[in-house]
Ligand binder design. Structure first.
Ligand code: ZN
Length: 296
């Protein structure tokens, strides 16, 4: 695009100026010009270069670039719709969801990151790998990343540990909750989501603001299961946080919180406690994969 029509570029550049805000702070005049060229390229059916700033940030490779599309148009729409729905289930506005690609080193985008500044960057490689397990695996990952946004907003998890484990387990639980909610992904049987979770677990976590331990695999499994069970009830983020740790402390340590907050629900308490033995068996690694995948 060397013979760039500067006037057209300027107009389009203004139109898409807000989108270009997601570029690195390091963006200089040269970067802006290349971005304008990329904007023009939209009409050449290269929408993946819309956000191409030539550099994403230090969490991604130097050749990675931002994109507003992933896969086909319907796949992009699917992910953006899920992004909005997840936020909606929690009664919150969605945060911008962008995708990261790297044509020189595609494997470098095997990552998804939730930023404290209020955005989610989702790598192409991890998207493709999850998609191979079914799109529910991508929904699981996205719901987990959005859970970190809730944590950033509200200062969760309310439970403090010396590692990131509590935050990660809560995010797993919030993902399980979303997959069940009728206004969410609406999966009424756990067997429909267990396999997806196995993939989410296998990728580990990439929330750079929470280094350290993320919970043992069986603890993460039981966190998803507990979140799914809590999904039988309509909870806001505060109620989820309270109830998740009310019950999960018990699963982890064998001792439940004694104090009951405004979010305590006797009916739900009876329901969740009926699953206590099962949750303990998951957490202790006593449940086989076969049994886990067939839970109701
Ligand atoms: Zn995480």
């Amino acid at each position: 695009m060397k013979n760039l029509n500067r006037k057209v570029a300027y107009v389009l550049g203004v139109t898409f100026f807000s989108m270009l805000q997601s570029c690195s702070k390091d963006t200089d005049v040269a970067d802006v010009e290349s971005a304008e060229e990329s904007v023009l390229a939209i009409s050449d059916a290269f929408p993946e270069e819309l956000h191409n700033c030539g550099y994403v940030d230090g969490n991604w490779s130097s050749t990675a670039f931002l994109s507003n599309s992933i896969g086909s148009t319907s796949e992009t729409n699917f992910m953006q719709t899920q992004n909005s729905k997840i936020a909606s289930v929690w009664g919150r506005p969605a945060v911008p969801l962008s995708f990261v690609k790297d044509n020189s080193n595609p494997n470098s985008t095997y990552n998804a990151i939730s930023y404290g500044s209020g955005k989610i960057y989702y790598g192409q490689a991890i998207y493709n790998a999850a998609k191979a397990q079914g799109q529910i695996a991508n929904v699981m990952i996205l719901a987990h990343e959005y859970a970190h946004q809730l944590q950033f907003t509200y200062g969760y998890p309310s439970k403090n540990e010396t590692t990131a484990r509590a935050a990660e387990l809560e995010a797993d639980g919030m993902a399980g909750y979303y997959l069940r909610r009728p206004n969410g992904y609406n999966k009424t049987s756990f067997s429909q989501i267990a396999a997806a979770y196995e993939f989410a677990e296998s990728i580990g976590d990439n929330n750079t603001s929470s280094p350290g331990h993320h919970g043992r695999s069986y603890q993460r499994r039981s966190a998803v299961r507990l979140g799914f069970l809590l999904g039988a009830y309509d909870l806001n983020a505060a109620s989820f946080d309270y109830n998740f740790f009310y019950y999960y402390n018990g699963v982890l340590n064998g001792s439940y919180k004694q104090e009951k907050s405004e979010f305590f629900n006797p009916e739900m308490d009876k329901y969740i406690r009926s699953y206590t033995k099962e949750l303990e068996r998951i957490k202790n690694g006593e449940m086989t994969d076969e049994e886990y995948f067939e839970l109701d």
